[in-house]
Design a protein around this ligand. Structure first.
Ligand code: GLN
Length: 544
């Protein structure tokens, strides 16, 4: 039977609970244990699919097509596990299930209440998602004391009792701030946070204390005394310059030992050589490049979390420091192309909404006509097709119906009937609900032998994740191909264009899917590695 680790947060949000949980997952894996990870999100949205990336950061898409919290991206990257729809529950999803059961009469006339019906649903959802792993890490979003997280806290408290002490463990992540004026760290917020947690019946076994400075021994003892946690289980989670250092940091303080002892597990010592190699490569790059990142949410790094990580991974595997130069697509529309002049490569990432689209099309034009390596992802492929149609094929009014529903040349358009992952026909139209009408999740793509895309991947079929509504319009396929656009990847049934590229350009590749969701620090990702190598070559060419 699986053991469970429940991870809660206190004091403030944004302490990196997801990364800490994922790092613990990684070190437990390094001890030969199988793990699974689940995120419980107390907000009311059924899933984060409709939430603004400004507010909530990136929407992470799982292989099975769930739109989930970005922490699942950390789980996949640190622990190399494949998360699923069942790896992320929100309050909205739990209530949706309970209300459906109530309507069906499943509760046999009972008054449906938070305790026990909502809490039972949470417990059952967790217990049904273990994947038979040795250890299941369950992270609860938000901070202790939030009204909306109470049912989740109550559910994990009950699970702790029902599973027993050798099967359940509670970790609380808090902040130990450094007050510069006093020149000392303060333990009071941690004491209060644990007090709050204990008032709802949860005694943490381990405290992870985020701090800028190491926590002195006597302060650690003080925290232990006030929180009823053993002193060696008060772990300091120091700020680090790179997240992939965290597994080693936590291991050095014995976090994995505390866990395996508590669960009475006989396991080998941790082998963290993968993580040491990753950190070594990050800290000793041999080259550096500047990639222009032309987007709308550029100031908000969480909005492109997986993409930033994918570039870090490509840097690890090509020994390159990849500098992301953020370029606001709006500014390209009114201030010209100066911002693009000294870059080694240009990327247009995924995006929604018409703001900044003309700036992105200009960036594509600049990359294409100046032989600058270009990678287009999702919207980045759509604008590449629009640019090519307008400026090479001569269809001056070419557009996507997303941005101009009345365009006379809809080279990118909504396909109203299409096959979903199981081959069922799905119908969507302009007015359909925003939640759940997208092409979502991993699908097979066939690559055309000999193309740059195929050579980059080194195989002929790939399995990549989608999240978009609009598609390449096949009515323009022949005309665009005759004008020189190379179709380098198509769906299994040959119906959908998945990748395009140019043959008379050093490296101009665009894809309708999101390769960043499958990039891992240990393995890297072939398309990003190939793009970074092209940028290195371009940079060398400039200096010769
Ligand atoms: N807005 C475009 C679409 O819906 C692209 C989406 C994306 O880049 N993820 O098709």
């Amino acid at each position: 039977m699986s053991r469970f680790i429940f991870i809660t947060g206190g004091v403030v949000s944004s302490l990196g609970k997801g990364i800490a949980s994922a790092s613990l997952g990684a070190i437990l894996q390094a001890r030969g244990l199988s793990i699974n990870m689940i995120k419980l999100d107390p907000y009311i949205n059924v899933d984060p699919g409709t939430m603004s990336p400004f507010q909530h950061g990136e929407v992470f898409v799982t292989e099975d097509g769930a739109e989930t919290d970005l922490d699942l991206g950390h789980y996949e990257r640190f622990a190399s596990i494949a998360c699923k729809q069942s790896s992320n529950f929100t309050t909205g999803r739990i209530y949706e299930k309970v209300i459906a059961k109530e309507r069906r009469g499943d509760y046999l006339g009972a008054t449906v209440q938070v305790i026990p019906h909502i809490t039972d649903e949470i417990k059952n959802s967790v217990l049904a998602s273990t994947n038979d792993a040795d250890i299941v890490l369950v992270e609860i979003g938000g901070t202790v004391g939030d009204i909306e997280s109470l049912p989740f806290m109550e559910a994990i408290r009950q699970l702790g009792v029902e599973l027993g002490h050798d099967k359940a463990l509670f970790i609380h992540l808090t902040l130990v701030p450094y007050i510069a004026a006093a020149g000392e760290i303060k333990t009071k917020p941690t004491q209060h946070s644990v007090k709050e947690l204990r008032s709802i019946g949860i005694q943490p076994d381990i405290l992870l204390c985020r701090s800028e400075h190491p926590i002195p021994e006597d302060e650690r003892k003080k925290i232990a005394l006030f929180t009823n946690v053993s002193p060696d289980s008060v772990i300091s989670a120091l700020d680090v310059d790179h997240i992939y250092k965290i597994p080693r940091e936590l291991h050095e303080q014995g976090l994995d030992d505390i866990v395996v002892k508590k669960f009475n597990l006989e396991v080998p010592a941790a082998d963290l050589s993968d993580w040491d190699n990753i950190v070594d490569s990050l800290q000793n790059p041999k080259h550096s490049i500047d990639i222009g990142f032309v987007g709308k949410y550029i100031e908000h790094t969480d909005a492109y979390k997986s993409l930033n990580e994918a570039f870090a991974h490509a840097g690890i595997h090509t020994h390159t420091q990849v500098n992301i130069v953020k370029i606001d697509s709006d500014s390209l529309e009114d201030q010209g192309m100066e911002a693009l002049l000294n870059l080694d490569a240009i990327l247009v990432p995924g995006g929604f909404g018409s703001r900044g689209v003309e700036g992105k099309i200009k960036a594509v034009n600049y990359a294409r006509t100046n032989n600058v390596p270009y990678l287009g992802i999702c919207l980045g492929m759509q604008v590449a097709v629009i640019e090519y149609a307008r400026n090479v094929l001569g269809l001056k009014k070419a557009h996507s119906t997303e941005f101009n529903p009345k365009t006379p040349e809809p080279v990118i358009a909504l396909i109203t009937e299409w096959k979903d992952r199981e081959g069922n026909i799905e119908v969507r139209d302009e007015d359909a609900d925003l939640g759940g009408t997208m092409r979502l999740g991993a699908q097979t793509c066939k690559l055309v032998p000999g193309t740059k895309s195929q050579k980059a991947y080194g195989v002929e079929t790939i399995y990549e994740r989608h999240r978009h509504r609009f598609e390449f319009n096949n009515n323009y396929l022949d005309a665009l191909q005759n004008a020189g656009l190379v179709i380098s990847g198509v769906s299994v049934d040959n119906e959908l264009v998945e990748m395009v590229e140019l043959s008379d350009h050093p490296w101009f590749v665009a894809c309708q899917f999101h390769p960043e969701f499958t990039s891992r620090p240990r393995e890297g990702h072939p398309l990003f590695n190939s793009f970074v190598n092209a940028a290195l070559k371009y940079k060398q060419g400039k200096s010769n």
